[in-house]
Design a protein. Structure first.
Length: 391
C-alpha cells in the first residue's frame, strides 16, 4: 500500500521564524554564530565541538538536550537559534519501502529527497538545486523553470531530516519500520542524484559533503558518497581534488550526435573530453570505479550495436555500468526500452565483465524514481490549491 501523509507542523511563529537554524552548518559557521552571541574566544573551540557532537552524532533537535553545555548558554542559544530541519510538506512510502519527502525551504521553494532501503544498505538520494538549468530531454527536473542553488545547510538538512524520519540516530526507534535495512545504520550511502546539476553548485555541495563525511559527526565516508554529473568537464578534476567522493557520469549515449540531443551540455563538452576527465579522476582503481549511467530509451540508444560500442568506449576506465530503465513522466517524448531488449543489452555488458548492470526501478508508484522528481511536487501543489488531500 502506498501511504501519503501530510506532516502536521505548526506554522512558525514570528519569534521562531527569526531564529536561524544551526542544523546543517559547518564548523566555521558554528564558530561565527557562537562568537556572535558572546561566547568567549577561549571557549569557542570546545563549544563548537560540543555542539557538533549534539547536532551531528546524536541528532539533537533541542538545546535542552545538551546537558554538558552550561544552562545559561543553552538558554541564549534557544533564544537566538533553532535546530530546525527543512519543513516537510509530505512524506510518501512506496510499496517497496522507498520513501520520498517533499520539502519546503525557507523561501517557499520545494525540493525532494528520496530514501531507498535494501536488505543490507540504505541509500539517500539528495537534491543539490531547486530544478536544473540544463535540459536533458528525458528528464522531468530539467523542465522546471525556477532554479536556485541549495545552500550547504539545506543539502545537509536533507540527511538530518531523513535520519529523523527513519530513526537513524543512536538510540532512536523508527516510526515506520517498513523495508528498513537490518544493520545498525539505516543510511549507509548518499547519492547526489536528486534534483539539479551538483557541479553547478560546486562550493555548497563540496562543503555539504565535507560536513556529511566528518568522522566526528555524521560520519558518512566519502567512499559512500556519490556525485552524479551530466558532464561539467572542467569541474571534474576540481571535484576530485577538493571533494574526492565517488563519481557517476550520466552518459546515456555513445555517439556525440545522439548525446548532443539527449544531454545537450555534450555540445560544449563532448564524449571524448568527458572520458579524458574521467580517466584522470584521482584514485581510480578496481575498488574505486566510476559509475556510468545509461538510461534505456526504446529505439533511441538501446541497440546491441550501442551496447558493444559502450563497453568498447569504457574499456580502459575502471568503470561500473548502470543501466537505468527510463522512468516515464507525463508528456515525456520517450518510452522505456522493452524488458527483453534491456536484458539483451545487459547481456553484452555482462559478458564484457560488468556485474549486475541493471538498476531496478524503485518507488515508481510514488514518482520517486530517477528523473521523475518534478511531477509529484506539481501534483502536490495542485491538490494544495484545491485544498484536498495530496495525490
Ligand atoms: N544532474 C545530475 C544528477 C541528477 S539526475 C545528472 O544528470 O547526473 C540522476 C540520474 O537520473 C542521471 O543519470 C539522470 O540522467 C537520470 N535520469 C534523469 N531522468 C531520468 C528518467 N526519466 N528515467 C531514468 N533516469 C533518469
Ligand atoms: Fe539536470 Fe541531471 Fe536532469 Fe540533465 S538529467 S536535466 S543535468 S537533473
Amino acid at each position: 500500500m502506498t501511504t501519503t501523509a501530510l506532516i502536521d507542523q505548526a506554522p512558525p511563529t514570528d519569534q521562531a521564524a527569526a531564529r536561524a537554524s544551526l542544523a546543517g552548518l559547518g564548523r566555521e559557521a558554528l564558530w561565527e554564530r557562537l562568537a556572535s552571541i558572546g561566547v568567549p574566544e577561549r571557549q569557542l573551540r570546545m563549544r563548537v565541538s560540543q555542539l557538533w557532537g549534539w547536532i551531528y552524532v546524536r541528532g539533537a533537535n533541542s538545546f535542552d538536550l545538551m546537558t554538558d553545555v552550561a544552562k545559561d548558554l543553552r538558554q541564549t542559544l534557544a533564544a537566538r537559534f533553532s535546530l530546525d530541519r527543512p519543513e516537510i510538506v509530505s512524506e510518501q512510502v512506496s510499496v517497496d519501502g522507498t520513501r520520498k519527502w517533499l520539502l519546503r525551504l525557507a523561501d517557499g521553494k520545494d525540493v525532494e529527497t528520496v530514501y531507498i532501503p535494501e536488505e543490507d544498505r540504505g541509500t539517500l538520494c539528495i537534491s543539490s538545486q531547486v530544478g536544473c538549468t540544463l535540459n536533458c530531454t528525458f528528464c522531468h527536473t530539467g523542465t522546471q523553470r525556477l532554479v536556485r542553488n541549495l545552500t550547504a545547510s539545506e543539502i545537509v538538512g536533507q540527511i538530518m531530516l531523513a535520519r529523523d524520519r527513519i530513526g537513524d540516530w543512536p538510540g532512536a526507534v523508527p516510526e515506520d519500520p517498513t523495508g528498513l535495512p537490518s544493520g545498525a545504520r539505516k543510511i549507509t550511502n548518499v547519492v547526489l542524484m536528486g534534483m539539479g546539476e551538483p557541479l553547478y553548485n560546486f562550493d555548497n555541495v563540496r562543503d555539504a559533503c565535507a560536513i556529511a563525511a566528518d568522522g566526528a559527526g555524521l560520519s558518512i565516508s566519502k567512499r559512500r558518497i556519490t556525485l552524479s554529473t551530466s558532464g561539467i568537464v572542467p569541474e571534474i578534476p576540481r571535484w576530485g581534488d577538493e571533494a574526492g567522493t565517488m563519481l557517476a557520469i550520466s552518459l546515456h549515449a555513445v555517439r556525440d550526435e545522439l548525446r548532443d540531443e539527449l544531454v545537450p551540455i555534450n555540445k560544449k563538452w563532448p564524449i571524448r573530453e568527458l572520458l579524458d576527465a574521467c580517466r584522470a579522476y584521482p584514485g581510480l582503481s578496481n575498488a574505486k570505479r566510476i559509475t556510468f549511467e545509461y538510461v534505456m530509451l526504446k529505439g533511441v540508444n538501446d541497440s546491441i550495436a550501442d551496447a558493444k560500442a559502450l563497453v568498447k568506449l569504457l574499456a580502459k576506465i575502471p568503470a561500473k555500468i548502470n543501466l537505468i530503465p527510463f522512468n516515464p513522466w507525463p508528456g515525456a517524448p520517450y518510452e522505456c526500452s522493452d524488458w527483453e531488449q534491456i536484458e539483451k543489452f545487459a547481456e553484452v555488458v555482462n559478458r564484457a565483465g560488468y556485474a549486475s548492470p541493471v538498476r531496478s526501478p524503485r518507488g515508481r508508484d510514488i514518482m520517486a524514481a530517477c528523473g521523475q522528481l518534478k511531477s509529484a511536487s506539481l501534483k502536490q501543489r495542485t491538490s494544495e490549491r484545491l485544498g484536498g488531500a495530496p495525490a
